[in-house]
Design a binder for this molecule. Structure first.
Ligand code: NAP
Length: 249
């Protein structure tokens, strides 16, 4: 049984999708959860209510993590509200897909800013506290396409590949301080995004997945909960694939 009681966590982009499920899952394991999302998010306060209904502590701390000052303010507010941060889940991420020859500078920059720079800003801010307390878990939600690439997603694949390289680097920098850094690389997960794909595309994708079905948001949250736990203390710099066998790398 994973026990995260006495742990304080931050989940970026925790208002909906995979982030919401991770936030709920960490709370179920006992953690206090800071749900970060963009200011004005109608979803994030609902996640906080759901967590409080489970008898756990939670707070919505808004902030655009792609802005260094806002990312750092989220971390500082989390520390001043709950006294510390033990677990950071870099989950916030977006896509702006197009073939490279048609991709605008803006779409390249926006995806890199949120998916990669945002994760760096949050990690840098939180590491100061984790190093001091000599315990911490950095968990970044990457993607299978950050390893194998995907036509139409040069910006997204680059951001996720960068996230994996950053994870391995941070893991080396902070290992001696009791802090681990790992990534979770989901394959195709059943979300609003995958539900919008045509039946033909879905069928084609399913043929490429040995287990024969799309993953669920819970599958990703389970991997995160494990990496956040004491049981995962000897795992660092690792990329945990949650992809139904779609790529065995
Ligand atoms: P999602 O449903 O679009 O949720 C993303 C969340 O991040 C939203 O709540 C969004 O807020 C928030 N967000 C966006 N920009 C932000 C910013 N600058 N600062 C703070 N929060 C921000 O995405 P998802 O499908 O759950 O994906 C979550 C993560 O898993 C992403 O990193 C994604 O790349 C990764 N992933 C997903 C899949 C998949 O199949 N879905 C597969 C592999 C990897 P708003 O609601 O205001 O937009």
């Amino acid at each position: 049984m994973i026990d995260l009681s006495h742990r304080v966590s931050i989940v970026t982009g925790g208002g909906r999708g995979i982030g919401r499920t991770i936030a709920l899952r960490l709370a179920e394991q006992g953690a206090t959860v800071v749900v970060n999302d963009l200011a004005g998010s109608a979803d994030a306060p609902k996640v906080v209510e759901e967590i409080e209904a489970k008898g756990r502590q939670a707070a919505f701390i808004p902030g655009d993590i792609s802005v260094a000052e806002e990312a750092s303010a989220v971390v500082e507010r989390a520390v001043s509200t709950f006294g510390k941060v033990d677990i950071l889940v870099n989950n916030a991420g977006i896509t702006r897909d197009n073939l490279a020859i048609r991709m605008s500078d803006q779409d390249w920059d926006r995806v890199l800013s949120i998916n990669l720079k945002g994760a760096f800003y949050c990690s840098r801010a939180v590491l100061r506290h984790m190093i001091r307390q000599r315990w911490g878990r950095l968990i970044s939600i990457a993607s299978i396409v950050g390893i194998v690439g995907n036509a139409g997603q040069a910006n997204y694949a680059a951001s996720k590949g960068g996230l994996i390289a950053m994870t391995k680097t941070l893991a080396q920098e902070v290992a001696s301080r009791g802090v681990t850094a790992n990534a979770v690389a989901p394959g195709f997960i059943e979300t609003e995004m995958t539900q919008k794909l045509s039946p033909n595309v879905q069928e084609g994708l399913l043929k490429r997945i040995p287990l024969g079905y799309f993953g669920s948001v819970e599958d990703v949250a389970n991997a995160v909960a494990f990496l956040a736990s004491e049981e995962a203390r000897y795992i660092t710099g690792h990329v945990l694939n949650v992809n139904g066998g779609m790529a065995m790398i």
